[in-house]
Design a protein around this ligand. Structure first.
Ligand code: C2E
Ligand code: MG
Ligand code: MG
Length: 621
């Protein structure tokens, strides 16, 4: 059988294909589900997502095929990609001169084939979604249209996958210094717990003073230079990180001897202390260093960080430019309380944990309250729902940021108590509203594993009298893993009650395409970190566009979070995102100010759309 001719755009096509980083990746449920549906539509034994590489076709997903690749020469899909906008339908391959002497056709294993090209963003055909069978078949128009629709979904999934892959890579890098960031540090550290490894924690001395004198741009230059110097210092196998602010770390395998550790610390001091100029002025740079080694000073990764942290603390106290090595395992720090919980001045980490425990014991006194933030439909220019956000004023005028105490409640195992309180309070409040706006309630993914969330939702609906179709549950994916059957049941149970369930913070480092397809969500919220840069960064804008397209294919509602500027709104509307939430319309407000805030939000939305010369947006919300 003669091989298919090469497409006219072969070189660009291959660049687009290889740029996706999709070939030779593990099987994925998202793509598997597409091929299952395709084979169901045609009742064929075979269906596949085939990507046409230089010399081979590689199957990202398949049913009925025992192999993951074949030579390109024998690929039907290599023919399909020649007409990127057509369906290649071969009703009986024995009658088609292109395929009569194909080995599988000769052996009687393949008679019917239909394939729709999968397109890259620039329109190059990367491969095809195909079905095949050993019996000839004359599919009808409707079946072929379904295959085309599915292929549109697969193309969107491919683009989304590759953008997420890119963002995932970026998410592990500190943009200022290009060193790996805290997330990468934590990811690397956990598996390292079995090996011998030495951790150097660095905290620049008086960095605040440098910022004060040289301004933030000067401070940034200093941090970049420190990043470069540390990077230049490490041997292969060692890793340098910026953990945040003026905190850096080096992770070095081995280094059993105390002398070797001290020698590296001396080199770090020398490198950081070398002359550095900003605006023709020398910057006095020094750092404190805390060192700890696994397994000598700690048994687990978490203890290692604590030991190095404690050593760093002692180094700081001893003066500037000092190194301390871990002495003993620290036993005074509650391992459940994350470092960095220090939101409220004068309240230590331990104290905050104790107060939170107390706050969640039912006692009649409720230290929490809710605020609500409107979510706007761009087509009707009205408020469709309000997200309930919990607030904790620890003392008059002193609030703990919700991110912090929600994380703390998760670590202390108290999160389901908090979620139950918020759910009940939000439903009760929403039942009193003058219009039937929906109410969206955040429930931590951890609660889904700890309790029967569907039953909790049912209780809240019953006791508040709120109609179930007015409730939206927002779930973040932070801690999904392990056995997901309980989550699956809860998500399904919530839908069966008539409420909606959306995946929150999608693209913020947790929400993955996999989760989106694994559970029957009715919507997804695009995380602020993806929305923020869309006006200045085309990768993010494209990502949002693909998510909107994906929402359309999967028939789920897409909300963009954290919309702050008219330019962001204009791009979101152009991308086809139907719903938006953010300070551009309204900040979260107390229930007493709600009606007024909603009116103002709608005025703000209309004004912003009019100013961007975008009329009401036609997409159904
Ligand atoms: P989230 O669920 O993604 O909530 C959206 C957050 O973005 C809220 O922060 C909101 O005030 C903020 N936001 C909205 N529009 C804008 C904007 O235009 N610009 C900026 N910079 N921010 C905007 P908040 O209230 O601080 O909540 C932070 C996170 O804490 C929430 O993120 C959620 O993950 C968690 N959280 C808040 N309330 C609850 C709750 O009742 N239960 C649970 N489990 N988690 C909650
Ligand atoms: Mg939320
Ligand atoms: Mg969110």
């Amino acid at each position: 059988m003669p091989p298919a001719p090469l497409p006219h755009d072969e070189a660009e096509r291959l660049i687009a294909l290889h740029g996706l980083d999709l070939i030779d990746t593990p099987a994925s449920e998202v793509f598997n589900s597409f091929v299952r549906v395709a084979s169901g539509i045609f009742s064929t034994t075979i269906a596949a997502i085939s990507l046409i590489d230089t010399d081979r076709q590689w199957f990202k997903a398949s049913v009925g095929l025992p192999i993951r690749q074949t030579p390109r020469d024998v690929s039907f899909c290599a023919h399909a990609i020649l007409q990127p906008h057509e369906v290649l339908c071969v009703s009986d391959a024995r009658l088609d001169p292109r395929f009569t002497d194909h080995p599988d056709v000769l052996s009687g294993d393949l008679r019917f084939y239909a394939g729709v090209p999968l397109l890259s963003e620039e329109g190059h055909a990367l491969g095809a979604l195909c079905v095949a069978d050993r019996h000839p078949q004359q599919p009808d128009k409707r079946q072929l249209e379904h295959l085309r629709d599915l292929a549109t979904g697969v193309s969107a999934a491919i683009r989304l996958h590759s953008l997420m892959h890119r963002l995932e890579k970026e998410a592990h890098r500190d943009p200022l210094t290009s060193l790996s960031n805290r997330r990468e540090f934590e990811a690397l550290l956990s598996p390292a717990a079995n090996d011998s490894v030495t951790l150097f924690l660095l905290d620049l001395d008086n960095f605040k003073g440098i910022n004060d004198v040289f301004g933030h741009p000067g401070g940034d230059l200093v941090l970049q230079e420190v990043g470069r110097r540390l990077q230049a210092l490490v041997r292969s196998g060692d890793r340098a990180f910026r953990l945040g602010g003026d905190e850096f770390a080096l992770l070095c395998p081995g280094m059993a001897s105390s002398e070797a550790r001290q020698a590296l610390a001396d080199r770090i001091h020398a490198a950081i202390g070398a002359a550095f100029m900003v605006d023709d002025q020398p910057v006095p740079l020094r750092t404190s260093i805390g060192i700890a080694t696994l397994p000598d000073d700690a048994k687990t990764a978490q203890e290692l960080v604590q030991a190095a942290d404690a050593a760093l603390y002692r180094a700081k106290r001893a003066g500037r430019g000092v190194t301390r090595q871990a002495a003993t395992l620290p036993d005074t720090i509650d391992p459940l309380v994350p470092k960095g919980i220090s939101a409220v001045h004068n309240i230590g980490r331990m104290d905050l944990a104790a107060r939170l425990r107390q706050a969640l014991v039912p006692s009649g006194a409720e230290p929490f309250h809710l605020v609500f933030q409107p979510v706007m439909a761009l087509n009707t220019q009205e408020t469709t729902s309000l997200e309930a956000l919990v607030r904790w004023d620890i003392s008059p005028g002193s609030a703990v940021p919700p991110d912090e105490f929600v994380t703390l409640a998760e670590r202390l195992g108290l999160i389901s108590h908090l979620d139950r309180w918020v759910l009940n309070a939000a439903c009760k409040e929403a039942a009193t509203w003058p219009k039937p706006w929906r109410v969206a309630v955040n429930i931590s993914a951890l609660s889904f594993g700890l309790m029967d969330v569907a039953a909790m939702v049912e209780d809240a609906l019953t006791s508040s009298g709120l109609a179930s179709d007015r409730l939206i549950i927002e779930m973040t994916e932070t801690a999904l893993g392990g056995d997901t059957t309980q989550v699956q049941k809860a998500v399904q149970g919530i839908r069966e009650l008539g409420a909606r369930i959306v995946l929150d913070d999608f693209g913020g480092g947790h929400g993955s395409l996999m989760t989106l397809r694994q559970f029957p969500f009715t919507g997804l919220k695009i995380d602020q970190s993806l929305v923020k840069p869309i006006a200045s960064d085309t990768v993010h804008a494209r990502m949002v566009e693909v998510l909107a397209e994906f929402g359309h294919v999967l028939d789920i509602r897409v909300v963009a979070e954290g919309v702050e500027s008219m330019e962001q709104l204009r791009i979101l509307a152009e991308c086809g995102v139907p719903l938006a939430q953010g300070y551009l319309f309204a900040k979260p407000v107390r229930p007493s100010d709600l009606v007024q805030a909603i009116e103002a939000a709608e005025v703000n939305l209309r004004a912003a759309l009019a100013a961007s010369q975008l009329g009401p947006f036609s997409e159904a919300a």
